[in-house]
Design a protein around this ligand. Structure first.
Ligand code: 9MR
Length: 375
């Protein structure tokens, strides 16, 4: 096996130079919990870097281009950017043979200018598959379509993108087959599509950190419980068969309506994944609010408390490479898009580190403190 980059490799030498450093925001004993201001918060990149981890956020190229406030927040806090949509197959090749690489190229150029890295999200996702490819795979069961896509994307980007969510959301314990989602790939090629895709990804990107990314591991309910078991079982199966899997991405879409976090369950799952020789990345952290009642400050505190509890649990493991939030500002969150947002007048969800006007919120402070914890 060729050597894998450690979690340090992803963030790159430039990002590892000592922080020039805003002073850490510290609350004097007993002082009121004022929301931190721009000038007093420590950057999340600094906090993560101090522990050999990284912090990043999902972004869209056009949002970065058009919003100076978002750009400023990204530049102060992020070592890593995840394209929120641009690397998905249906963004790259909506019509067969017509390729749209420009937004990914733009993000790469931006990140390179600023000493950041890009995470590869995602090579394969049922929901991110263009209709024509879906139809073709189901009708002809022709693997060459899959191979062609993997080769094209990895040959173009693997030299510069070193962390890949190779397969997104393969688990389904409710309507799945033996815990695996009956997605288009499973239907066309059977359950071993996972091994085949990983093998091909490794062949095209021998140095990359290859990840399976999924959601729904955080809470104490039968579905999440089953999903925690299923991801461990999948990891075991893949490792036992020698499939080239390096890590698991836990999306961490937290949700205040789902009761307390399953702290023990999370620890147990993470430990088992690590015991398989895998590293773990928190890939899509955000917090869905259950109620939009109460002051913004009260809502923000709940979001921050949930974030802190989750990160304190997960970052106790040194094998957790980094934390990516699914956006940076509430202005641009999937939780504020339909169907998550029920109607156009509904208040914005406040589940990201910055509010819609790019002011850091209590969640930013919680992230900063949790990222500082020594594992
Ligand atoms: O946040 C993304 C949203 O803007 C897109 O419309 C959607 C489809 O491409 O994907 C969302 O991101 C998803 C991510 O790729 C995988 N995990 C769940 C995320 C939220 O749905």
């Amino acid at each position: 096996m060729s050597p894998r980059p450690s979690r340090r490799a992803l963030i790159g030498a430039a990002a590892l130079t000592p922080a020039l450093g805003l002073a850490a925001w510290r609350r004097p004993e007993g002082a009121p919990l004022d929301p931190p201001t721009m000038t007093t918060v420590a950057t999340l990149a600094d906090a993560a870097r101090a522990q050999g981890r990284y912090y990043g956020a999902a972004v869209r190229a056009e949002q970065l281009r058009e919003n100076a406030g978002l750009r400023a927040a990204v530049l102060r806090d992020c070592q890593v950017l995840t394209p929120e949509i641009h690397l998905k197959w249906n963004s790259l090749e909506w019509r067969k043979g017509e390729f749209n690489f420009a937004p990914v190229d733009d993000l790469l150029a931006f990140s390179q200018r600023h000493g950041m890295e890009v995470r590869g999200h995602t090579l394969l996702w049922d929901q991110g598959t263009p209709g024509w490819a879906r139809q073709d795979m189901l009708q002809r069961r022709d693997w060459s379509l899959m191979s062609g896509h993997l080769e094209r994307v990895l040959k173009r980007y693997a030299p510069r993108i070193t962390d890949w969510d190779v397969i997104n959301e393969p688990i389904d314990t409710e309507a799945g087959a033996a815990g695996l989602r009956r997605n288009v790939f499973h239907q066309a090629f059977g359950p071993t599509y996972i091994e085949r895709v990983l093998e091909e990804a490794r062949a095209h990107a021998p140095q990359a950190h290859l990840v399976i990314n999924d959601y729904g591991f955080e809470y104490d309910n039968p579905v999440d419980q089953a999903r925690r078991k299923a991801i461990v079982a999948l990891a075991r199966r893949l490792r036992a068969s020698g499939a080239p899997l390096d890590g698991i991405g836990v999306q961490a879409h937290l949700d205040l309506s789902k009761g307390p976090l399953a702290v023990e369950g999370l620890r147990d799952m993470t430990r088992r994944l690590i015991d398989e020789g895998l590293e773990v990345t928190i890939t899509e952290l955000d917090v869905k609010e259950s109620s939009f009642h109460g002051s913004a400050a009260a809502r923000d505190q709940k979001v921050a408390d949930e974030t802190r509890r989750y990160l304190e649990t997960m970052l106790a493991f040194p094998q957790v490479r980094g934390v990516v939030t699914w956006g940076l500002s509430d202005r641009f969150s999937w939780l504020s898009e339909p169907p998550q947002r029920l109607h156009a007048d509904a208040p914005l969800n406040r589940g990201l580190p910055y509010d819609a006007d790019y002011r850091p919120k209590a969640m930013h402070h919680a992230l900063s403190e949790a990222l500082r914890l020594t594992a």
